[in-house]
Design a protein around this ligand. Structure first.
Ligand code: ADP
Ligand code: GLC
Length: 495
């Protein structure tokens, strides 16, 4: 099959979160299943700088927002990736430095609606093979609000490729004023709550939900949750309809085992596997992590349990549950804590304050560092992920693979990938981590304390690590399920 994979980020070219990892891992896995996949991505400045020399494969014009713009389709001359990537270059929209969505002050670019509205129009031109590339997809697979208008605009074409739309996070709707709806020249009938209108704004994500042949989300539990009022964010009705029409499926993300594998990970000072070096090398990685983040201040910390967090510092991730429980955890145990993250400034400040107050036990890196994230997964004993909601979550899978049992809230993909420690699950070799049911400080605290108590029992702990490391989270299975969906256009009954 020819598959056009339209996304706004892709590891290692540009990444703000898990979408980038999925946009690398899933196309590679589909490629391994002998499918012809082309990933299409905006030509951000940082991406152009990373890839170096490019060739222009074709060009075309897109209209909207008061003008007509020429879109160039570029391809890197020497790509380190196995998957073909096409970059859509429109200088005034994408040739800007840094984060794909935010300016240097951390605010949304003022013209994000225009940027991704026109990106979506450009993807449609490619999908209809009007860019002179002589390649026609059978399926266009789109991701999140940035490509939400693609299924809507393709619905106006006949014949057209099939469309699949994946929701990675329902809380980002891509909402913009009516003026953008007009500026993009969208059909006036679409200004309706059953189409693209959402409380008097344009919600680009609805384009995917309403118009795609198939809608997926990234775990079976999240697929169920978003059909309920408390997680559906006002779209539960539309999503329930989608489900009743057999158009909504939950497919769990895989992880890219070429990138996240403690036996081969180039970021790790000391590599290990389930059979070799798990205990000793993890401890040496812990020392290396502490050396980087704490220097000589915490010379004895390596002997204590180390709990880690990596993630975007936003409400979703429950970082405030950790900071609220921290004083009690510090008092009731000898554990140390390490945080790597960037996001909302009040969370960043809270973490800096904690590190200042507890210089020997709390270590913080505010910023984005792929290298540190890998060393943290390897060097920590426990991983903390108390997300309020989590469509899938990748870090809990990475931590399982790295022998770092996670403490997670029973929600979305966390619930689907971590098996709680009980006497029985430990005895039968199924336990992989610590799951708590309510997103409250008390519940999180109790789970973290349960984890630290088990850590003090090395034999049980090592069994738990082994169980997690032996899980198969590779993409192969889930890529096969996407392929079935592309082929049948039907629901395979997962949710
Ligand atoms: P989300 O996509 O909601 O942010 P996921 O768990 O799916 O959550 O994926 C997050 C990805 O982003 C992981 O690969 C994680 O390691 C990475 N990540 C998040 N914040 C940082 C950071 N500050 N430094 C390095 N990697 C980060
Ligand atoms: C989103 C979700 C996260 C998921 C990722 C990749 O960013 O917040 O749970 O793992 O997308 O699908």
């Amino acid at each position: 099959m020819n598959i056009l994979f339209a996304t706004s980020e892709m590891y290692p070219l540009i990444k703000t979160g898990g979408l980038a990892d999925v946009s690398a891992g899933l196309p590679a896995a589909l490629g391994a299943l002998q499918q012809d996949v082309r990933v299409v991505l905006p030509a951000y400045r940082d991406v152009l700088e990373t890839v170096g020399a490019v060739t222009e494969l074709g060009s075309f014009w897109v209209n909207g927002c008061g003008g007509s713009r020429r879109v160039k389709v570029l391809c890197a001359d020497e790509s380190p990736l196995e998957t073909t990537v096409w970059l859509l270059a429109v200088d005034d929209l994408f040739n800007r430095p840094g984060n794909p969505y935010l300016n240097a002050d951390g605010e949304d670019w003022w013209d994000n609606g225009e940027r991704f509205g026109l990106f979506s129009r450009a993807v449609v031109e490619l999908a209809m093979d009007r860019g002179g590339l002589r390649w026609q997809p059978d399926v266009v697979h789109c991701h999140d609000w940035q490509t939400g208008l693609v299924p809507a605009l393709l619905s106006l074409e006949t014949p057209r490729p099939r469309t699949v739309f994946t929701i990675h996070n329902l809380s980002y709707l891509g909402r913009f004023p009516y003026a953008l709806f007009e500026g993009l020249g969208l059909p006036s009938a679409w200004w309706h709550y059953e189409k693209l209108e959402f409380y008097d704004t344009l919600a680009m994500l609805k384009g995917g939900i309403v118009f795609a042949d198939q809608v997926t989300t990234v775990s079976p539990s999240y697929a169920e949750e978003i059909c309920q009022p408390d997680h559906g964010l006002g779209l539960h009705g539309a999503l329930e309809l989608c489900r009743n029409e057999g158009r909504l499926t939950g497919i769990i993300n895989g992880m890219d085992t070429a990138v996240w594998n403690p036996a081969k990970d180039p970021y790790l000072p000391f590599r290990y596997s389930v059979q070799r070096g798990r205990v000793a090398e993890k401890k040496r990685n812990k020392q290396a992590l502490l050396d980087q983040l704490a220097g000589s201040v915490a010379s004895d910390a390596v002997e204590q349990p180390l709990c880690g967090f990596v993630g975007r510092l936003v409400e979703q991730k429950g970082i405030d549950l950790i900071t609220a429980a921290l004083p009690q955890l510090l008092e009731s145990s000898t554990a140390c804590f390490v945080f790597i993250g960037t996001g909302q400034s009040h969370y960043e400040q809270q973490l800096r304050d904690l590190a200042q107050r507890h210089p020997r036990r709390v270590f913080v890196y505010i910023g984005y560092s792929e290298a540190l994230a890998h060393v943290l997964e390897a060097g920590c004993d426990l991983f903390l992920m108390p997300s309020r909601f989590e469509p899938c979550g990748l870090n809990q899978m990475y931590s399982l693979a790295y022998g770092t049992p996670p403490v997670v809230h029973a929600t979305g993909g966390l619930k689907d990938t971590v098996v709680d420690v009980t006497e029985d699950s430990l005895k039968t070799g199924r336990a992989t981590g610590f799951v708590f049911s309510d997103a409250t400080v008390e519940d999180f605290l109790a789970a973290a304390q349960r984890a630290l108590a088990l850590f003090a029992r090395p034999r049980s702990w090592q069994q738990l690590q082994k169980n997690g490391m032996e899980q198969d989270f590779s993409w192969t299975l889930s890529a096969g399920r996407y392929l079935d969906l592309y082929r049948s256009g039907g629901n395979d009954g997962d949710s």
